[in-house]
Design a protein around this ligand. Structure first.
Ligand SMILES: Nc1ncnc2c1ncn2[C@@H]1O[C@H](COP(=O)(O)OP(=O)(O)OP(=O)(O)O)[C@@H](O)[C@H]1O
Ligand SMILES: [Mg+2]
Length: 606
């Protein structure tokens, strides 16, 4: 199947799968999603949280029973704590209370520590999984990913996954604390405890729809926030154009609309978050009134057990409310988890396949009946065959949209041909080694993106190269003289967009970055189209100096840039219209057509 089509297909297929998964969405599904998102130690951490919470809950329940019974005993004039026939002195009772308090405090703090470290591990693990899977995905997918999307995944979505972990841990803490109180309540007064349990079950059934509404609201909120974030990222890069074309108000209107949509989803989600506890508390208090009426009508109970049961029930109401709050929060953030899962799945099914890390013995380039289609049935390159000997410079020309950049991506192995093969020596281009910063193929794009940092770090580009190698590459790119004229020389900082350098210097820096890895094949896609005469001249000199050592493919609209090429290839709407030695091709009809089209369109190939 054609690769581009497969990408679209896998996205669509997954979307359906993700939607089906959403229907399930049980707590177990959430736990297994968290585990797959880089949190393999989830079970161990939850068991630890649960153990601490249970001990803390039991110690609290015992403490409450002793305090309430002790208080009532005092009112009744007794000095001892009486419980199920036991009589313990006031001093021993108080000592037990202090011991229980210390146990409660220690286990509660341990439980809080475990749940916060669980949540930070969830954020770290999910971020790491997003980063690794995105960077390992294919260029077909990476190149279509919208600006700001990955950023949004890593920030808002992953932060909310941390909240999901907190909600789960908080839910476990509250459930176990409530359970401990109920155990105590059963010991003190089984009838009322049973009523509390029945009431709890009824309450959770009544509250169930709220959880589902919450979940749906959170999915909508996640999607709307994603759309808002990607649009803002795109638009902030276009502010200059918006101002110049006088459309900034229209652009901000669109942003306002997205912002408004996101705000509506936010309000829905938050309303559910705020209203649910109130509904829960009201219903629970109603149950307590009914329970109390039954209890008071039930004769034969001591004042002490009445006090204890009231304290335990009211306290379990607080935990019930916490359980409800945590479930609500879990649902409210689940949409963000779904979003991360969906995207990671896409990245993984479309992960890059290097088919090994082969190093070719020679660096001649062969196109053997190569066709390529981004979408089925629409070939943008058709049956291309040509041979470029090692160390030669090939110029590729053609009208806009004729397939030049697509051809360059096939040579780089970023895309694989739909039919036919592209070989470097005798190795398919996609199988050529790219790991360990030692790729024999280098690329210079029309617009080079610089990292925030020094000129030196932008040339070395994470690779382990010496200052001598950096300077040698910079000399070869004819950048060195410009750099040593700067106050901080190679330590000069360049901004995010390379602000401290001119366009020509930036492009020569990109060439130095390409050359520092000692490439055997260099591909340049429109390297000089936006440059001044001097920079263009220097780049042409660089390319000429590489002749014989490096196989060069240069795509250009400018006649001057392809003047020094050994061979020329003319593309016409995806077909190879002409190919051969430059001196011969420039007199051919195909080349003249391109030049005429360039003149008519006032572009540079004239
Ligand atoms: N990612 C993509 N998805 C679908 N179609 C694409 C994609 N990239 C390019 N195309 C299509 O492929 C054809 C060739 O595009 P390509 O970018 O290779 O042309 P080009 O010769 O480099 O043009 P230019 O001189 O304007 O840069 C065009 O019709 C374009 O619409
Ligand atoms: Mg192009």
């Amino acid at each position: 199947m054609i690769r581009g089509v497969r990408t679209i297909f896998t996205r669509g297929r997954h979307h359906r799968k993700a939607t089906e998964k959403k229907q399930k969405g049980s707590v177990f599904a959430i736990l297994s999603a968290l585990k797959s998102l880089g949190l393999p130690s989830l079970n161990r951490r939850l068991i630890w949280v649960a153990s601490c919470s249970l001990v803390s809950g039991l110690s609290q329940a015992a403490l409450l029973v002793i305090i309430s019974e002790l208080a009532v005993s005092r009112v009744q004039g007794s000095k001892n704590f009486k419980f199920h026939g036991l009589s313990i002195s006031l001093r021993d009772s108080l000592l037990a209370c202090v011991a229980l308090l210390v146990l409660y405090f220690t286990t509660s703090i341990l439980s809080a520590y475990s749940s916060s470290s669980l949540s930070s591990a969830a954020v770290e693990g999910s971020r790491s999984t997003v980063i690794h899977s995105f960077f390992a995905s294919s260029w077909e997918l990476q190149s279509t990913e919208r600006l700001g999307h990955v950023q949004q995944l890593l920030t808002v979505n992953c932060d909310n996954i941390g909240w999901i972990a907190i909600s789960i841990a908080g839910g476990i803490q509250a459930i176990l604390a409530a359970l401990a109180l109920l155990i105590a309540a059963f010991i003190v007064e089984p009838l009322t405890a049973s009523i509390v349990v029945v009431a709890g079950v009824v309450l959770s059934c009544v509250m169930r729809p709220f959880l589902q509404w919450s979940r749906r609201a959170s999915i909508r909120l996640s999607n709307d926030s994603q759309r808002m974030a990607t649009l803002v990222t795109e638009y902030t890069r276009l502010v200059r154009e918006f101002r110049l074309f006088g459309v900034d108000e229209l652009a901000t209107d669109i942003l306002d609309k997205r912002n408004h949509d996101a705000a509506i989803s936010y309000r829905r989600s938050r309303l559910l978050g705020q209203a649910s506890p109130v509904i829960y508390q009201t219903l629970a208090l109603g149950f307590i009134i009914v329970g109390l009426a039954i209890f008071l009508g039930h004769s034969g109970k001591t004042l002490g057990s009445t006090g204890a049961i009231l304290v335990l029930t009211l306290r379990s109401l607080t935990y019930g409310s916490q359980i409800q709050g945590n479930s609500q929060q879990l649902r409210a953030f689940q949409g963000f988890l779904d979003g991360v899962q969906r995207d990671i799945y896409q990245y993984k099914v479309n992960s890059v396949n290097f088919n090994g890390n082969k190093i070719p013995e020679t660096y001649d380039v062969t196109f053997d009946s190569v066709s390529y289609a981004y979408q089925a049935g629409t070939e943008v390159l058709r049956n291309l065959s040509f041979y470029l000997p090692t160390g030669n410079i090939l110029g590729v020309v053609g009208r806009s949209g004729s397939g030049k950049s697509t051809l360059s991506q096939l040579v780089l192995g970023m895309r694989t041909p739909s039919t036919g093969q592209v070989l470097l020596g005798d190795v398919p281009a996609a199988s050529v080694a790219k790991g360990d910063g030692a790729s024999p193929i280098a690329f210079v794009a029309q617009e080079s993106i610089l990292l925030q940092g020094s000129i030196a770090s932008n040339i070395s580009f994470f690779r382990d190269v010496s200052q001598e190698q950096i300077e040698a590459a910079s000399r070869a790119a004819h950048l060195h003289d410009d750099v040593i004229g700067m106050t901080r020389s190679y330590k000069t900082l360049v901004g995010e967009g390379g602000g401290a350098l001119s366009g020509g210097q930036r492009q020569r820096l990109a060439i130095a970055r390409a050359l520092v890895g000692a490439p055997r094949v260099l591909v340049l896609d429109e390297p000089t189209s936006a440059l001044d005469g001097r920079s263009e001249f220097l780049i042409r000199r660089t390319l000429s100096e590489l002749r014989g050592h490096v196989t060069v493919i240069v795509i250009s609209h400018r006649l001057a840039t392809v003047e020094d090429c050994d061979l020329l290839l003319v593309l016409e709407t995806g077909n190879l219209a002409d190919f051969g030695p430059r001196g011969q091709i420039v007199h051919g009809a195909a080349f003249r057509h391109v030049v005429q089209a360039a003149v008519a369109g006032s572009t540079n190939l004239a």
